[in-house]
Design a protein around this ligand. Structure first.
Ligand SMILES: *[C@@H]1O[C@H](CO)[C@@H](O)[C@H](O)[C@H]1NC(C)=O
Ligand SMILES: *[C@@H]1O[C@H](CO)[C@@H](O)[C@H](O)[C@H]1NC(C)=O
Ligand SMILES: *[C@@H]1O[C@H](CO)[C@@H](O)[C@H](O)[C@H]1NC(C)=O
Ligand SMILES: *[C@@H]1O[C@H](CO)[C@@H](O)[C@H](O)[C@H]1NC(C)=O
Length: 488
C-alpha cells in the first residue's frame, strides 16, 4: 500500500503504478458534481438555481482548495464530473464534443493536474467520470455536424441513427441513439475495431496525462459488453460502471466485464427499506441476490460501488426528513461489503428531488463541518478506515445476516456487528437481545455511535439499548485501540 511508504518513494511509484481493484477495495468515495461543489474563491453565497440547468461556477481549483472538508469526513477518494469539452450549458459534463480537450468552465489542464497531485499528497485517489457511449450535438439527428466532434469526426464512427423505443431490446439499447432534437447523442460505434482502438488510446492517454487512479464509466448498458475488457486494460486502472437497472440478474453480470458496477439493485432495496420503511426482509433478499445467483449474480461484492444518492435520482430526504432513517442507510452503506460512495450534499441533509433538483450547490451549506450527518459519516468512515488498516480479514469478509424482523436487522462483517432499524426517530427506547453475535463472553463491546458499553453474556450476545430508531455498531473494545473513537 503506497500510503505506508515515504513521500519520495510514493511519488515515484505514482508514475509507474496505477491503482487497481485491490487498491480500491479499502477506499471510500465522495462524489463531486464539479460545477456544484466550490468556486475558486470559496464563495458560500454565489447563487445557483438548479431549475435553470446552467453552469453555477464550481471549478477544479475550488475543489482542490476544499479537499480538507472531504478528507476530514474520512473519505479516501473523490469522483469528479466528466472533464471533456462540452456543448454550451452542459454543466453536468455528459454532453461532450471533444475527448481530448478539457472543459474550460472547470479550469485548465494544469488545474486538473494540480488537483490530482494535491489529492495524492493527501493520500487520496482521483476517480474521473467518462462517457464512451456518445458525443453530443444540440440539434436534430440528421443535422449533426460531425466535423466538430474531435477524434470521431465522421458518420462512420457512429451507429446509423435510430431512436430508442424499446428498452427491453438490448440491441436497441446498445445501438440506437439517446437524446432528442434538443440534444442529440450520436452513439459511438464501439464494436468497430478502429473506433475501439481510438478509444483505447484515448483512455490510456487520459489516465496518464492527469494521473487518474480510477474511472467511473457512464451509460454502460448502452455499450456492447465486449468493448470493456480491452478498454479497461488500456486504462490500466480500476473501472466502475454505471448500469442503472435494479434487476440484479441484469446489472451484476456486467462485473464480468469490468472490476465493478454501481450497486443499483441494492440502491433500490436500501431506499425501500429505510426511506419507505418496507419490511427489512427486502434488504436480506437484496444482499443474497449478489452472492447466491451464480452467473446471474456478482463476481465480487467487495468491489461494488454502494450508494443511495447520486446526481440522477431524488435524494433520500426528498421523501423523509427523519434523521434516524438516513443514519441507518448511511451505516449500511459505509459498513457494508462494497466500496462506499457518498454524494456531495448528503452530509448536509440536502433534500432535492429528481434531476435537476438533486444537483444543489454544496457551497450554499457553508461547508458546515458540525452538521449531524457530516459527523455521522466521519465516524463511520473513521471506523471502517481503522478496522481495514488493522485487520487483514475485514475487507474481504462478506456480510452475514445474523437475525432479522420486519423492523430490525442484525449483521456481521468480520469484527463489526451492525444493528439496523427502520422504525424512525419516533421509535421508543427498548432493549434488543442480540442473536448469533459470537463475541467473546465476558468481554466489553462498544456501540461506536453512542459510545454505550455492553457486557457480553455466556452466549456471546448482549442486551443492547435501541434509542429513537438509531443504528447500533458494536465492536469489541480491544479493536478500537488507537482509533480515537469513543476515547480509545
Ligand atoms: C431488437 O432491435 C433490433 C434493432 O432495432 C431489431 O433488429 C430486432 O428485431 C429487435 N429484436 C426484437 C426481439 O424485437
Ligand atoms: C431476472 O429476474 C427476474 C425476477 O427478478 C425474472 O423475471 C427474470 O426472468 C430473470 N431473468 C433472467 C435472464 O434470469
Ligand atoms: C452548522 O450546522 C449546525 C447543526 O445543524 C448548526 O447548528 C450551525 O448553525 C451550522 N453552522 C453554520 C455556520 O451554518
Ligand atoms: C416481513 O417479512 C418476513 C419474511 O418475508 C415475513 O415473515 C413477515 O411476516 C413480514 N412482516 C411484516 C410485518 O410484513
Amino acid at each position: 500500500m503506497r500510503s505506508l511508504l515515504p513521500t519520495a518513494v510514493t511519488s515515484l511509484l505514482q508514475v509507474c503504478f496505477a491503482a487497481d481493484a485491490a487498491d480500491w477495495r479499502s477506499r471510500s468515495i465522495y462524489q463531486v458534481l464539479t460545477d456544484r461543489f466550490s468556486w475558486t474563491d470559496g464563495s458560500t453565497t454565489a447563487p445557483c438555481d438548479v431549475a435553470n440547468n446552467m453552469y453555477c461556477g464550481g471549478t477544479w481549483k475550488g475543489l482542490e482548495n476544499k479537499l480538507e472538508y472531504i478528507k476530514n469526513m474520512g473519505f479516501t477518494a473523490v469522483w469528479i464530473s466528466p472533464i471533456t469539452e462540452q456543448v454550451a450549458n452542459a454543466y453536468h459534463g455528459y454532453y461532450q464534443t471533444d475527448l481530448y480537450l478539457v472543459n474550460s468552465r472547470f479550469g485548465t489542464a494544469e488545474d486538473l493536474k494540480s488537483l490530482a497531485s494535491t489529492l495524492h499528497s493527501k493520500g487520496m485517489y482521483l476517480m474521473v467520470d467518462i462517457v464512451p457511449n456518445h458525443m453530443a450535438f444540440p440539434g436534430c439527428p440528421d443535422k449533426v455536424d460531425y466535423g466538430h466532434l474531435g477524434t470521431f469526426n465522421h458518420p462512420d464512427h457512429f451507429h446509423s441513427y435510430c431512436p430508442m423505443h424499446n428498452m427491453e431490446n438490448q440491441t436497441e439499447v446498445e445501438d440506437c441513439w439517446l437524446g432528442d432534437c434538443s440534444m442529440t447523442l450520436p452513439d459511438i460505434k464501439t464494436e468497430n475495431t478502429q473506433v475501439a482502438g481510438e478509444m483505447n488510446t484515448w483512455v490510456k492517454t487520459l489516465v496518464s496525462d492527469y494521473s487518474i487512479d480510477g474511472l467511473r464509466i457512464d451509460s454502460v448498458k448502452n455499450v456492447n459488453k465486449d468493448f470493456f475488457p480491452p478498454f479497461c486494460q488500456s486504462a490500466g486502472v480500476f473501472c466502475m460502471g454505471e448500469v442503472s437497472e435494479g434487476e440484479a440478474n441484469y446489472t451484476y453480470p456486467y462485473q464480468s466485464y469490468m472490476d465493478s458496477v454501481l450497486d443499483y439493485p441494492l440502491y433500490y432495496a436500501v431506499t425501500r427499506v429505510f426511506q419507505q420503511q418496507s419490511n427489512m426482509s427486502d434488504l436480506v433478499v437484496g444482499l443474497a441476490a449478489c452472492t447466491e445467483n451464480g452467473e446471474m449474480g456478482c463476481k465480487d461484492p467487495t468491489l461494488l460501488g454502494t450508494f443511495f444518492e447520486n446526481h440522477d435520482n431524488p435524494r433520500f430526504a426528498h421523501t423523509t426528513q427523519d434523521l434516524s432513517l438516513v443514519k441507518n442507510a448511511l451505516a449500511f452503506t459505509l459498513l457494508g461489503d462494497g466500496i462506499p460512495i457518498v454524494y456531495q450534499g448528503q452530509e448536509q441533509h440536502y433534500a432535492g428531488g429528481d434531476d435537476p433538483g438533486c444537483r444543489e450547490a454544496l457551497w450554499l451549506s457553508g461547508f458546515n463541518t458540525t452538521s449531524p450527518l457530516y459527523k455521522h459519516i466521519a465516524l463511520l468512515n473513521n471506523l471502517r478506515n481503522h478496522i481495514a488498516a488493522h485487520r487483514s480479514t475485514y475487507l474481504g469478509y462478506q456480510t452475514r445476516v445474523l437475525a432479522y424482523t420486519a423492523t430490525e436487522l442484525q449483521l456481521r462483517k468480520d469484527t463489526i456487528r451492525i444493528i439496523l432499524s427502520n422504525q424512525g426517530e419516533k421509535a421508543p427506547t427498548w432493549t434488543l437481545k442480540t442473536q448469533g453475535m459470537e463475541f467473546e463472553s465476558g468481554k466489553t463491546v462498544v456501540d461506536v455511535l453512542s459510545c454505550a458499553k455492553y457486557g457480553v453474556d455466556g452466549n456471546g450476545d448482549a442486551d443492547v439499548q435501541m434509542e429513537a430508531g438509531e443504528p447500533v455498531v458494536l465492536v469489541d473494545e480491544s479493536a478500537l485501540g488507537g482509533s480515537s473513537l469513543c476515547g480509545y
